[in-house]
Design a protein around this ligand. Structure first.
Ligand SMILES: C[S@@+](CC[C@H](N)C(=O)[O-])C[C@H]1O[C@@H](n2cnc3c(N)ncnc32)[C@H](O)[C@@H]1O
Length: 219
């Protein structure tokens, strides 16, 4: 048995307590959610909010499927706001009145250490459903079971059959990872959990320009 010690693996998401958890998601993983998990949810007529949008690598593919996309992040990553003012700077866990109301969906890759709070806040705000990509290991843990899963189990656990490499501070086109990810979906009113597998789809769902702005220089 060998251990994968590539830099992507070594940069797993074990971050300092006050870290922003800056790990962008490869766009194909968001397309996989829309194509394989939320198909039948009539996304083309729905609105979505990506509340930890970082450099827009999740918000951009969501715009391919949803009627409109709102985006925000607690940190300013230097993305020029569009004519609707998105993205805007906002702490999603600030419990005051939300600047976005009646969003059908809230979808994100939340900072790992704040994922439970993100899920709770998103479920309070979204009118139809919430989807969060998390490490598959997020499903275990007594505290998380007691606080979250025993009370509010996800409607769908969608396990990736392929790995979704994420590295700190940039989108990677080529990285590998030993970390497994899944999408957790809460559909309002559904209280039982269905386990599904996302079939291999990276090759089909990747676009040539997905990594253009952050193209890695070959070593
Ligand atoms: C794992 S990254 C995900 C980025 C993006 N969703 C993606 O998938 O490419 C987590 C993001 O959460 C943001 N973040 C951390 N705490 C936050 C908060 N309280 N409110 C909003 N965004 C926050 C970070 O700035 C970072 O961009």
């Amino acid at each position: 048995m060998s251990q994968n010690t590539s830099s992507a693996v070594m940069q797993q998401r074990s971050e300092p307590h006050d870290s922003l958890d800056d790990f962008p998601t490869q766009p194909w993983a968001t397309r996989a959610l829309c194509e394989h998990v939320l198909k039948g949810c009539h996304l083309a007529s729905k609105t979505v909010w990506e509340p930890a949008c970082n450099r827009m690598h999740m918000a951009a593919p969501l715009a391919e499927y949803f009627r409109s996309v709102a985006s925000s992040d607690v940190h300013d990553y230097g993305i020029e706001p569009d004519t609707n003012g998105f993205p805007f700077q906002y702490d999603f866990l600030f419990m005051g009145k939300s600047p976005i109301v009646n969003s059908d969906w809230i979808i994100s890759n939340p900072p790992f250490r704040l994922a439970e709070q993100f899920i709770a806040r998103a479920r309070d705000l979204a009118t139809e459903g919430v989807a969060m990509i998390v490490r598959t290991s997020f499903l275990e843990g007594v505290g998380r079971y007691e606080n979250l899963f025993s009370k509010n189990p996800p409607s769908i656990v969608a396990q990736f059959s392929e790995r979704v490499p994420m590295v700190k501070g940039r989108l990677t086109a080529t990285g590998s990872t030993a970390t497994s990810y899944c999408w957790l979906v809460w559909l309002n009113g559904v209280t039982t959990t269905k386990l599904v597998w996302i079939p291999p789809c990276r090759k089909k769902l990747e676009r040539a320009d997905d990594y253009a702005a952050y193209r890695e220089v070959a070593a």
